[in-house]
Design a protein around this ligand. Sequence first.
Ligand code: FES
Length: 164
Amino acid sequence: MSSNPGNRSTVSRRQVFSAVWGISLFALVGQFGGALFQFFKPRVVEGGFGSKVIAGRAKEFKNGSVSYVQEGRFYVSRLDDGGFLAIWQRCTHLGCTVPYSKDSKQFMCPCHSSVFNTKGEVIGGPAPRPMDIFPITIVDGQLVVDTSNPIAREKFDPSQLTRA
Ligand code: FES
């Protein structure tokens, strides 16, 4: 005699336990994956690196000057002819942060001694190409630099300059 009157299907306790266990495991893995994604996701702060950064009023940068903009991790290099470049601080060799030397008027990488001029061109060391730049727009007299969009260059070209 069948223990299943009326031919109804039954679900054993073991099957219920397995299903609950599977759902719990799935939820746990999902939560862990979400937390891991949040941890590794690059943080973009509005007005900081990874977004559009206001570097300052164009007229405040003197011709032939280099100014560091910490929030955007770039230098504003205003060449002698008045053109602007926003040069990313990152070395094109292995990615070290490159400080600017006011004395020598050069960017000098502390890691393997690459040297770049104020246009970001390589003048010494192992760096394979000029320092990357960011696009600049001038809005109401202010330099707005889009740090979400670095531009790799093979060489300097005057068309890379932004003019006020
Ligand atoms: S990382 Fe700059 S020279 Fe190597």
